[in-house]
Ligand binder design. Structure first.
Ligand code: C2E
Ligand code: MG
Ligand code: MG
Length: 707
């Protein structure tokens, strides 16, 4: 990706230089052309104005010639006074403002106004004195004085006031036409300069486009520029760079996208490929399926035989996967030089990739997915031989379909993963297709587990105490701590609604720690004010006993609470007592040594092995409520109870009859000398505060469990 960023910035740079260059070139050309045009136009105007000026001179000369020629005969003949007529005629010309004659003594003959008739005409005088034509510019008029002579005889001076502006319109036309021509030339020049500049930068343009294509990932190209200059060598360098880039990208792809161990595509390759396949499938209305595989018990292979053997097994496993895919006529895609260059064909191609560890993923056409899953299960049944070891490596497979089960590749992978776990839970070595309902349930369970975690932190778990009584006297002998969840919205919840979930989420030890703390605190609070010794029982599960930290914490707390020995009783169910963990037995022994009594809870519903039960040094047997439901009405039930009581006596264990609700049940217990009972007949479970008041008030059995 970095390479493409570099290429893109090169493209931007070339584009910038190119646009700058084109602009600069057209600016220079434009300025040059404009200067030339301006110079030419100025010269042209100059020349044309010169011509206009010459025409003016000619006209003036012409007028003077005519006037002199016409005046001379009159002057020679001494009829100067008649010149008026001739002058009148000449004044008819638009450019003649005035014309008259100044005689040798300075008198004006034929002037338009009489005002100056007697006044001296200085211009005429100078002309007469010098004998040469004189001119004087006066405002908008050109005054001309021309001595008139015949041989050596001077007759006077002809005076003409001439309007030089008669040719003004011609001058304006000269300027206008030249200006228009200039503008037109400049426009054409600028346009041409643009074209020329564009032509000059065209090879650069091509180079830019090629760089842009390369930047967007198209490295399979070469540009040819024949300018025989620096641009051509730049293009050549560019082509060389592309070749080097192609090679290094191919190497990078190999390293980044190929799984080093098995040689098949890895997770990164699958991620990008799957995204591409999903997009294409959506656009083309195609469907495909994902198989998510996880080896069963692969950890045991690593643990027992070492990682080298594990690696060899994974290689063979990957090869078998490829064989299964090929057996269905599908072609597994390999890591290509470019991700785009390898197109997935929905009817013929397959993807076999390793996600990491012992997880593999396959992408195949949907109609073949179930058949393929079956083939893989069968293929993996045959043993693998690694370093003369014969290994078994079955697999669990989850299948999810696109697009009907998930619309994005992330969701699809997740669903296939969920299905794989369903296959694992169903007993491994099998495949399962994704089941949305099960997934939803799992999510709900997950949410509840999160809620339980929050409740532990918020200290929402309480204990209720249910009293236990001596059957013979009805005296309180102790209490069992039963956990309750004070749920902020759903009220007080019974353990049956949350303990199984907490167990699934591994949270029992955390809840147990709260129960231990609160039970011991209750015992410390109640015992000093009680006349008789009381037993405080609490329930522990396998999860709690199997957790060494939990047991250590419990032992420490028992020690710190400093209660009389035998005050605390640990209840474990019959099934917990029967579990084979040697570690659990050791933990129970430690607890007994610390002074805790041990009770077998719910006795009569599990499958107790009496021999093993005997080996477990327990103090109390709690008869399950179900055993006592029919006593008093059913002889068999009574006999069974009598037998268990006799057996408990042999084992020297106390017996607590649970779930006693009627006086009939109680009288039967008394008849067979069962020592203790617990049940709604005596009292309901109650909060610690209530239990304290209940004891103080003299044990009214009317108390009700507020749960
Ligand atoms: P359990 O240890 O057998 O506790 C006795 C259960 O029987 C209690 O139910 C109690 O409310 C109920 N019970 C007592 N007398 C009568 C009666 O006369 N009639 C009927 N129908 N029921 C009666 P609860 O509190 O719902 O507890 C259910 C089970 O949850 C307990 O059975 C115990 O196995 C487990 N449990 C309770 N608290 C804890 C705890 O803190 N930790 C663990 N691990 N398990 C607990
Ligand atoms: Mg119990
Ligand atoms: Mg019980």
């Amino acid at each position: 990706m970095r390479t493409f960023v570099v290429l893109r910035s090169i493209a931007d740079g070339v584009r910038f230089a190119k646009s700058g260059l084109a602009r600069r070139l057209s600016f220079v050309f434009g300025a040059l052309i404009s200067t030339i045009v301006a110079a030419v136009i100025l010269i042209n105007v100059q020349t044309q104005l010169q011509l206009v000026h010459e025409r003016l001179e000619q006209r003036l000369a012409h007028l003077i010639d005519i006037a002199v020629e016409l005046s001379l005969p009159y002057l020679i003949e001494g009829r100067g006074a008649e010149l008026d007529l001739i002058f009148e005629e000449l004044r008819g010309h638009a450019d003649v403002l005035d014309i008259y004659f100044v005689d040798a003594v300075g008198r004006r003959v034929g002037a338009l106004s009489d005002s100056g008739a007697s006044g001296e005409d200085p211009l005429a005088r100078v002309a007469a004195e010098t004998g040469r034509q004189q001119r004087l510019r006066h405002g908008n008029r050109l005054q001309v004085a021309m001595p008139v002579r015949m041989g050596s005889l001077a007759y006077g001076t002809l005076r003409l006031d001439f309007d030089p502006n008669s040719l003004r319109s011609e001058v304006a036309t000269v300027w206008l036409t030249n200006a228009l021509a200039g503008v037109a030339f400049v426009m054409v020049g600028l346009f041409t300069s643009n074209i020329v500049a564009a032509r000059l930068v065209r090879p650069l343009n091509r180079l830019t486009r090629a760089t842009e294509r390369a930047a967007s990932g198209d490295l399979d190209q070469a540009i040819s520029v024949r300018t025989n200059d620096e641009i051509e060598s730049l293009a050549h360098s560019f082509n060389t760079m592309l070749v080097a880039l192609r090679r290094s990208i191919q190497e990078i792809h190999e390293v980044a996208y190929r799984d080093k161990l098995t040689g098949i595509p890895n997770r990164a390759w699958l991620g990008s490929k799957l995204e591409q396949i999903t997009l294409e499938a959506s656009a083309r209305g195609e469907c495909f399926s994902i198989l998510f595989l996880d080896l069963d018990d692969f950890k045991a292979v690593n643990d027992n035989h070492g990682h080298h053997v594990g690696d060899m097994l994974l290689i063979q496993f990957a090869n078998r996967l490829r064989d299964c895919v090929a057996g269905l006529g599908l072609v597994p895609l390999a890591v290509g030089s470019s991700l785009r260059s390898v197109k997935y064909r929905f009817d013929r191609d397959a993807v076999v990739a390793r996600l990491g560890g012992d997880e593999f993923t396959l992408v195949v056409p949907t109609p073949l997915c179930i058949e393929l899953a079956r083939r893989i299960i069968v293929a993996m049944r045959a043993p693998f031989v690694v370093d003369a070891l014969i290994l078994r490596a079955t697999t669990s497979i989850g299948v999810a379909r696109f697009p009907d089960q998930a619309a994005s590749f992330e969701a699809l992978l997740k669903h296939a993963d969920v299905a794989m776990y369903q296959a694992k839970r169903a007993g491994r070595n099998r495949f399962a297709t994704y089941d949305g309902d099960q997934h939803r349930l799992a999510l709900e369970r997950q949410e509840l587990a999160d809620e339980i975690r929050g409740a532990i932190e918020a200290d929402q778990f309480e204990i209720f105490l249910q009293p236990q009584f001596l059957v013979a006297t009805g005296q309180v002998s102790g209490a069992e701590a039963l956990v309750r969840w004070r749920h902020p919205e759903r009220g007080t919840l019974l353990p049956g609604t949350f303990l199984p979930l907490a167990a699934g989420a591994g949270l029992l030890p955390d809840i147990g720690r709260l129960v231990v703390r609160k039970t011991l605190a209750a015992a410390q609070r109640i015992l000093p004010s009680s006349d008789a010794p009381l037993t405080f029982a609490m329930n522990l599960s396998v999860d709690e006993l199997a957790d060494p930290d939990f047991v250590e914490d419990l032992l420490w707390r028992i020690d710190s609470a400093d209660l009389p020995p035998g005050t605390l009783e640990i209840e474990i169910t019959e099934n917990t007592a029967m579990s084979d963990g040697a570690q659990i037995q050791r933990q129970l022994e430690k607890l007994r040594l610390a002074g805790a009594r041990l009770a077998i809870d719910d006795f009569g519903v599990g499958y107790s092995n009496l021999g093993r039960l005997k080996g477990l040094a327990f103090d109390t047997l709690k008869l399950d409520r179900s055993l006592l439901l029919d006593v008093g009405e059913n002889e068999e039930a009574e006999n069974l109870m009598a037998t268990i009581l006799a057996m408990a006596q042999v084992m020297k264990a106390d017996v607590v009859a649970e779930g006693i609700e009627t006086t009939v049940q109680l009288s039967v217990l008394a008849k067979y000398q069962c020592r203790f009972f617990q049940g709604f007949l005596g009292a309901y479970p109650m909060p610690v505060e209530d239990f304290v008041s209940w004891l103080d008030a003299g044990q009214s059995s009317e108390r009700r469990d507020r749960a």
